[in-house]
Design a protein around this ligand. Structure first.
Ligand code: FES
Length: 172
């Protein structure tokens, strides 16, 4: 008699391993906003202020506390460009990608700055010096293309101007 060939059991996908984070700080933020409706965005902002980013490992903790799904919390974090999922570099350079700046060459500028730093938008240089991020209008359209370096809004930026400013703040 022929032996029945049973299908191989499905392997459960391994749970992703996230870097450790300060769960107590996240719990403190969650407690502070516990009684406020519409509290997800303020919670995420407070966590980012406290930890410098919203750790991927904290998504479950936040979702449980708010009785929401992890997908919902993750969706909000990834929808808004201001939320970081990893710590930023020592300096943060934001390049405007909105219409006015695009019309004034921000795409070309972005490509030049990516080549200068050796990282793409949304990434941090290998030495941790600079995080390069997109931003969608800095309210400085009259001086497009615009950028922001460590919170300082800049206008009519060029690759050369940004290189000088990055050197001045101690890039590298
Ligand atoms: S579109 Fe870039 S500053 Fe407004």
């Amino acid at each position: 008699m022929k032996e029945a060939v049973l299908p191989k059991p499905l392997r459960r996908p391994e749970a992703p391993q996230y870097p450790a984070y300060d769960t107590a700080q996240v719990a403190a933020v969650l407690a502070r906003w516990a009684d406020t409706s519409g509290n997800l965005l303020p919670i995420l902002h407070d966590i980012q202020r406290a930890l410098g980013h919203v750790p991927p490992g904290a998504v479950g903790q936040i979702a449980r506390a708010l009785n929401r799904s992890r997908a919902e919390v993750h969706g909000v974090i990834t929808f808004y460009h201001d939320f970081r999922q990893a710590p930023a570099g020592r300096h943060v350079l934001k390049l405007c990608q909105a219409e006015s700046c695009q019309a004034m060459g921000s795409r070309q500028l972005t490509a030049e700055v990516e080549a200068l730093l050796g990282c793409r938008l949304g990434e941090t240089t290998a030495d941790g010096a600079v995080t390069l991020e997109p931003v969608y209008c800095l309210g400085n359209c009259a001086c497009s293309p615009a950028a922001m370096l460590d919170g300082r809004v800049l206008g009519r930026v060029t690759r050369a101007k940004l290189e000088r400013l990055l050197d001045a703040v101690g890039r590298g």
